[in-house]
Design a protein around this ligand. Structure first.
Ligand SMILES: [Zn+2]
Length: 356
């Protein structure tokens, strides 16, 4: 029987797909995960790092999971790099746009639901992008361009190929910088059927992002208020969590306390082949938290205003959250709430003084 208060999913990367296809003993390995976690869904990735996986492999793997009663959805990672170089597509070059259209059509034929992993940004500064940017700032150009690409290429292609398709965009954990590389939080959530939250906080001190744990809760709440009822879930991974196994359990708890509807664990290969200790930790947290999650009601906190496309003191909210201040963030000015927390990002709103 599944959990009462949330659904679970595991993301299966292209590399994991290749591994499953090449290893008939996969199901024995997978039994370990099934022993600890009741799994509702897998996201099967078709494209990442210039690798598009063959249809016959996708169909075979879909069947393996469907036979187990596990729902199958698709996944796409719009990344061109072979490792972790974060090389985005160029959204002004015709051959890149054509490739994207082809990947989306291919995936929409195979699945009724597709999630985009959080590489749907652009850091391209080629001659063609500089020309297209013209007098605009990089943020203006990129957010406008990605909105057009979402409408014209992703949504149109996917819906034309499969009118039933449910499109989800996963947002990264670096919320203060979305706009600088084209994540358009104001307009994209209106174009996608659902959004999704990256709740990876990992090691808060000795990693490149130094994210505070509270972010695993805060960002789910922010995105829930960006698209009420349309935040599909929270997603975290095992990376940089070995310094303290409790850190993984905390990512999981906070994602659930924020009332994520679904929890996605990234990714199957890592969970089965490298970091399997985390499988039992996730299973334990799911079981324990599910016992009381329905008693918690809806999250409440000090209303906090972080306007669309704003930035300020990086991750200050999460530091305040760690001090024990409960926050409920909104992208629109939360009128009539009495108490309100404003950080520097609120200054993005030109009417902020009047509103106060
Ligand atoms: Zn470019």
């Amino acid at each position: 029987m599944g959990y009462q208060n949330f659904k679970t999913a595991v993301y299966v990367t292209v590399r994991d797909m290749e591994w499953i296809a090449a290893h008939p003993e996969f199901e024995e390995k997978f039994a370990f995960l099934e022993k600890h976690i009741h799994l509702d869904k897998v996201y099967l990735e078709t494209y990442r790092g210039q690798r598009l996986i063959e249809k016959e492999k996708v169909l075979k793997i879909k069947e393996i999971f469907t036979n187990k009663g596990i729902k199958v959805s698709g996944g796409i990672t719009t990344d061109l790099s072979s490792s972790w170089e974060f090389q985005s597509f160029c959204y002004t070059k015709q051959d890149h746009l054509d490739r994207l259209r082809e990947i989306v059509a291919y995936t929409a034929e195979l699945f009724d639901e597709i999630i985009l992993d959080d590489f749907y940004f652009t850091n391209c500064k080629c001659e063609s992008c500089i020309r297209a940017k013209a007098d605009r700032s990089w943020s203006e150009f990129r957010t406008e361009r990605l909105k057009e690409v979402t409408e014209e290429i992703i949504v149109k292609t996917a819906k034309r190929t499969n009118p039933r398709v449910n499109l989800i965009i996963k947002y990264p954990n670096w919320y203060d910088d979305y706009q600088s590389v084209g994540y358009n939080l104001r307009e994209e959530p209106l174009l996608f059927d659902k959004i999704y939250t990256g709740t990876e906080t990992r090691d808060p001190r000795y990693t490149q992002q130094t994210l505070q744990r509270y972010l695993s809760y805060f960002l789910v709440r922010y995105l829930e208020n960006v698209k009420p009822g349309g935040n599909g879930g929270g997603w975290f991974d095992t990376f940089d969590c070995k310094y303290n196994l409790g850190s993984y359990a905390e990512q999981c708890c906070l994602t659930l306390f924020a009332k994520a509807r679904e929890v996605t664990l990234f990714c199957l290969g890592t969970l089965l082949l490298r970091d399997s200790i985390f499988v039992s930790i996730a299973g334990y947290v799911f079981e324990q938290v599910d016992k009381f999650l329905n008693e918690l009601g809806n999250p409440v906190g000090i209303p906090c205003y972080k306007p669309y496309h704003s930035s300020g003191e990086n991750y200050l909210h999460s530091f305040l959250g760690m001090l024990g201040l409960p926050l409920e963030p909104y992208p629109e000015f939360p009128s009539g709430k009495g108490l309100l927390l404003l950080t520097a990002s609120a200054a993005k709103d030109e009417l902020i003084v009047e509103r106060i």
